[in-house]
Design a protein around this ligand. Structure first.
Ligand code: FES
Length: 158
């Protein structure tokens, strides 16, 4: 049994115990599971569905609807690039092209070596400093391709 598989039952159990009685608990539970495990594994879906008396399809539908939730394990560096309006008005499209080329990834992909995951996000609440991105929870504003290149160098990407 993997370390994650060992954690799965207690993790879901704790999230259910904490949130199941609250109104609209599903999102809170999914956040709690992803915060703990780094993803919402497919094996968590039936446990959550049983605990909330929902169908598996309902739970899976919510997991797949929100970009924030991921079913696969993320890379060591999770790069979340804002694609919302304020960032687009500050040329985030050019930044997107650059980042995708630099990491050789499309949105939603993780590199084969497990180092990088590239995810789209729709506003990081940092519009005044657009274009914005977040790397492993650290917010970066006014990111140019040059600035991203410097960050990438720190991660060993030339
Ligand atoms: S639109 Fe990108 S941070 Fe708000």
């Amino acid at each position: 049994m993997t370390a994650e598989a060992e954690k799965l039952q207690p993790c879901v159990g704790q999230a259910l115990a904490r949130f199941a009685a609250e109104p609209g608990p599903l999102l809170e539970i999914l956040h709690a599971v992803q915060n703990e495990l780094g993803r919402v594994p497919p094996e968590a879906v039936p446990l959550i569905a049983d605990g909330l008396n929902l169908s598996r399809a309902e739970v899976h539908g919510v997991v797949s609807f929100y970009h924030h939730f991921r079913e696969q394990a993320p890379g060591r560096f999770v790069v979340q690039l804002c694609r919302a309006e304020a960032c687009q008005s500050m040329n985030s499209r050019a930044l997107e092209e650059f980042v995708r080329g630099k990491l050789r990834l499309n949105f939603g992909e993780t590199s084969a070596d497990g180092r990088f995951t590239l995810e789209p996000v729709y506003c990081l609440g940092n519009c005044a400093c657009a274009p914005s991105l977040m790397v492993n929870g650290e917010l970066h504003g006014r990111v140019t391709p040059e600035r991203f290149g410097e960050l990438a160098k720190e991660w060993g990407v030339s």
